[in-house]
Design a protein. Sequence first.
Length: 93
Amino acid sequence: MKTTAIRQIQGHSNDVARLPVKVVEELRRTVDSAYADVSRGMKRAKHTATDVIYDSRHQIKSHPLTAVGSAALAGIALGFTLGWLAGSKHRRG
């Protein structure tokens, strides 16, 4: 029985010797594919951010009073929220 197993191993020794090469090749393909996917995603994100910045600048130039009013309201709302949170922590502690 042992000799049969040894013969089978010897018969497949060539396949076993190529196994690390196959694993490395598959790993390289996987890493290259992942890198390409991430690279495409980063390019899309960059283009989207550029478009948003351009659109925002256009809206601010077209409607400057609305932009200033919106920024002021956002600042006031943030100030009230932070003040309320700070006050509630002070009362509890």
